[in-house]
Design a protein around this ligand. Structure first.
Ligand SMILES: NC(=O)C1=CN([C@@H]2O[C@H](COP(=O)(O)OP(=O)(O)OC[C@H]3O[C@@H](n4cnc5c(N)ncnc54)[C@H](OP(=O)(O)O)[C@@H]3O)[C@@H](O)[C@H]2O)C=CC1
Ligand SMILES: O=C(O)C1=NCCCC1
Length: 334
């Protein structure tokens, strides 16, 4: 294993992205998200993803210097056209306007269109909750997942992320794929030559498999059977046709078999508790705290607690990445 401080890892990511033709705003925005993933022990969306970023630019499936464009189609709607670039820069552009509109309207939505998306959604959710707003985010991917009862891939891994601000404390955040695990987790198992548990997916013949490569070439499975399948469908609809963007199946057609990061849209919604509640806000937000305390009080944990603990450790001690990943990342500088 190779131990690196977060500053050293940032330097490496910045060098890789600059060397491969990304403009400075993309270099910084992409680095922020992959570094956050690694820092928080969310390795499926950590620095390993830089390999996919560079593969995607070399395949001609992302515009490395795209300049996103913002418009305001309605009082509570912000749209950012990423113009074929990575989603992170588009989010950076849209966030201030989303916050402003949520504050003035009570709730507001940010539609990001025509972006290449590979990041964990909690990174964006936390940037919204930091403004005291409640947040929701969804995005499709490519056709990797069979609907419940089906055997062929149709849906993306379609994550749903939610955040609730808690004053000066860590926000309440959950963020999960609508599959049993994120695809990145299966890809990491494949990289490390490890089997996956039964239940994560099926091979191309529709049989349950523990071979990560066979499942990646076959179909992943939704969590909770028909329930995850319906949630995945909702994500396809509200972050696809509703915002005038691609479904996961359409994103796969766009990919042309290059196995690049997916190109599609994303939908984020922000709610302002102060607008919903007015002077009663402190009383009702205190009731939310009672709910969180009740969960923790019976020995359960809140989602993101593991992640926040990992963050505190990494900030103090840095992170460890495998020697083979370190070598593969350094090779991107050649
Ligand atoms: N851009 C894209 O297209 C996609 C991105 N992703 C990203 O992949 C990441 C990982 O997804 P996935 O593999 O489904 O996530 P996980 O199953 O690892 O975690 C899901 C959530 O559940 C929480 N959690 C886990 N165990 C417990 C527990 N025992 N009690 C309470 N909460 C718990 C986690 O918190 P904690 O982290 O603290 O453990 C996390 O918030 C997400 O960040 C997602 O955004 C996924 C699919 C597609
Ligand atoms: O891990 C996943 O699932 C995905 N992550 C980013 C891109 C598409 C799917």
């Amino acid at each position: 294993m190779t131990r690196l401080s977060l500053d050293e890892l940032r330097e490496l990511s910045v060098a890789i992205l600059r060397h491969n033709g990304f403009s400075e705003p993309h270099v910084q925005a992409v680095t922020d998200t992959v570094l956050a993933g690694e820092r928080d022990g969310c390795t499926s969306h950590g620095v390993w993803r830089l390999l996919g970023c560079i593969h995607t630019v070399r395949a001609g499936k992302v515009v490395p210097d795209a300049v996103p464009e913002l418009s305001e189609p309605a009082p509570a709607l912000v749209r950012v056209d990423a113009r074929g670039g990575f989603s992170q820069c588009a989010f950076d552009l849209g966030l201030p306007k989303l916050v402003e509109k949520a504050r003035s309207q009570g709730l507001a939505a940010l539609a990001i269109n025509h972006c290449v998306h590979f990041s964990a959604l909690w990174v964006e959710i936390e940037r919204i909750t930091a403004h005291g707003l409640v947040a929701l985010a969804v995005t499709p991917a490519q056709a990797y997942v069979a609907p419940a009862g089906g055997t062929r891939p149709l849906f993306g891994t379609n994550p749903i992320a939610f955040g609730w601000p808690r004053g000066a404390g860590d926000p309440y955040v959950f963020d999960f794929a609508t599959t049993v695990v994120a695809r990145g987790e299966i890809q990491l198992h494949e990289r490390e030559g490890k089997e996956i548990p039964l239940g994560w997916g099926i091979d191309a013949q529709g049989n349950p498999s523990t071979d990560p490569g066979a499942v990646l070439d076959g179909a992943m499975l939704t969590f909770g059977g028909h329930k995850g399948s319906a949630l995945a469908t909702m994500v396809e609809l509200i972050a696809g046709p509703l915002i005038g963007d691609l479904t996961s199946a359409e994103a796969s057609v766009f990919d042309e078999g290059t196995k690049s990061s997916p190109y599609h849209g994303e939908l984020l919604i922000a709610f302002d508790p102060a607008r919903f509640l007015g002077a009663d806000a402190p009383r009702h937000l205190a009731r939310a705290e009672t709910l969180f305390e009740s969960i923790v009080g019976m020995g359960a944990r809140l989602p993101s607690q593991r992640r926040f603990a990992a963050r505190r450790r990494s900030l103090a001690e840095g992170v460890e990445i495998s020697d083979s990943l370190y070598a593969d990342l350094r090779a991107l500088l050649e």
